[in-house]
Ligand binder design. Structure first.
Ligand code: NAP
Ligand code: MG
Length: 402
């Protein structure tokens, strides 16, 4: 078979620990034999971030802006223990945070459903995709403890020095207060990313908040979504045969549980944090959650939702066998290659990406899986394999499909 040619480079961001090993395995076993891989490589592994004073992360984000599509391996976000372990010059920031801030994106997380691993909600047939706003609210809040007799109020000082004040509460006993914010610009970016993504994958979009209680704050989110939808997306949604609607968060929760899945659920920052963990767990395993960052101007960065699987890596270093699930990382590659194929009009590349996904799922259907799925699966003839054996098995299945 002749290798598939690419036109524009894919921005490849290598990472750390167990996922770095899987990364190389995916390229060697599942990609390079079939594709003339054209990648612009950025080593976001912690040693190289340290050597470059983290400039490599900024360079990678700029490359995504330039070429439009990136694929990222999981990376370590350093803490105090990592400072010693890697002898770091500084406690470098989370690469995901840096890239997200530069692309101004929204994160979409979707569970990968496999036969034999049933969702804990029996009615769910299709993935539920969570779109989480990644800026502001309680993640950038200011809080204080207050005492009996205190009076708390919000004060806004305008550019000309004039002030507006609103009473929060007059405390007869001790208590707590909190101030938080968001910006129209960030909410608008979030809305556009959601609308673009819904059009891209042709799924209905729900947005939920609590505007009945938060009549100014949450209402602003609802209004911005509606204004942008009406002005920019209404016709495109009609043409694509999909719908957008807003509903209260409590109503959304009830409807999601009763649904068959298959929609995109846009959530404010805190709601998205909580609901994405709930959705991932209810569909099976953290290792089966794919993730893509979409910017309002249509740039894409694909990755797995899980981390670098440190515990497995330390076993690997000791020469012990590991059984680490590579599915979410395979899907990061297929998502990115498919998007590159769409943008550059290379149907063979899109078809290959779809076949590789199908081969991954079929391998599970054939009863071959890594350990944590083996424990969840109710397949009759199942066996668990090690990290690299799984990739070989996917390749065997792939060859029957090509
Ligand atoms: P983690 O790497 O997601 O792993 C947590 C646990 O979940 C693992 O120990 C393992 O459980 C299970 N698990 C996760 N992925 C798995 C897979 N592919 N196959 C099988 N089991 C899997 O989270 P963490 O241990 O909290 O974080 C490790 C490092 O990753 C940290 O340095 C953190 O900064 C980084 N991180 C990076 C990203 C990112 O780049 N997007 C995201 C999160 C965390 P068992 O040990 O029980 O088998
Ligand atoms: Mg969380």
């Amino acid at each position: 078979m002749e290798k598939i040619r690419m036109k524009t480079p894919l921005v490849e961001m290598d990472g750390d620990e167990m996922t770095r090993i899987i990364w190389q395995g995916i390229k060697d076993i599942l990609l390079k034999p079939y594709i003339d891989l054209k990648c612009e490589y950025y080593d976001l592994g912690l040693p190289n971030r340290n050597d470059t004073d983290d400039a490599v992360t900024v360079d990678a984000a700029n490359a995504i802006k330039k070429y439009g599509v990136g694929v990222k391996c999981a990376t370590i976000t350093p803490n105090a223990a990592r400072m010693t372990e890697y002898n770091l010059k500084s406690m470098w920031k989370s690469p995901n945070g840096t890239i997200r801030a530069m692309l101004d994106g929204t994160v979409f997380r979707a569970p990968i459903i496999v036969p034999g691993v049933k969702p804990r909600v029996s009615g769910w047939k299709q993935p539920i995709i969570i779109a989480r706003h990644a800026y502001g609210d309680i993640y950038k809040n200011t809080e204080l403890k207050v005492s009996a007799g205190d009076s708390a109020s919000l004060t806004v000082t305008a550019a000309d020095g004039t002030t507006r004040t609103a009473l929060i509460h007059e405390f007869s006993g001790d208590g707590v207060i909190m101030g938080m914010h968001n910006t129209d610009a960030s909410i608008s970016s979030f809305a556009r990313s959601c609308f673009n993504y819904a059009l891209d994958c042709k799924k209905d979009l729900w947005f939920s908040a609590k505007d009945t209680i938060s009549k100014t704050y949450d209402h602003r989110f609802k209004d911005i979504f509606q204004e942008i939808f009406d002005a920019e997306y209404k016709d495109a949604f009609e043409k694509a045969g999909i719908e957008y609607f807003y509903t209260l968060i409590d109503d959304a929760v009830a409807r999601i549980i009763r649904s068959e899945g298959g929609m995109i659920w846009a959530c404010k920052n805190y709601d998205g944090d909580v609901m994405s963990d709930m959705i991932a767990t209810a569909f099976g395993s953290l290792a089966m959650m794919s993730s893509v960052l979409v910017s309002p101007d249509g740039k894409y960065e694909y990755e797995a939702a899980h981390g670098t699987v440190t515990r497995h890596y330390y076993k690997h270093l000791k020469g012990e066998e590991t059984s680490t699930n590579s599915i979410a990382t395979i899907y990061a590659w297929t998502g990115a290659l498919n998007k590159r194929g769409e943008m550059d009009n290379i149907p063979e590349l899109c078809a290959f990406a779809k076949k590789l996904e199908a081969a991954t799922i079929k391998t599970i259907e054939n009863g071959i899986m890594t350990k944590e799925l083996y424990l969840l699966s109710d397949a009759q003839d199942k066996r668990s394999v090690n990290t690299m054996q799984f990739l070989q098995e996917v390749n065997n299945t792939l060859q029957t499909l090509l």
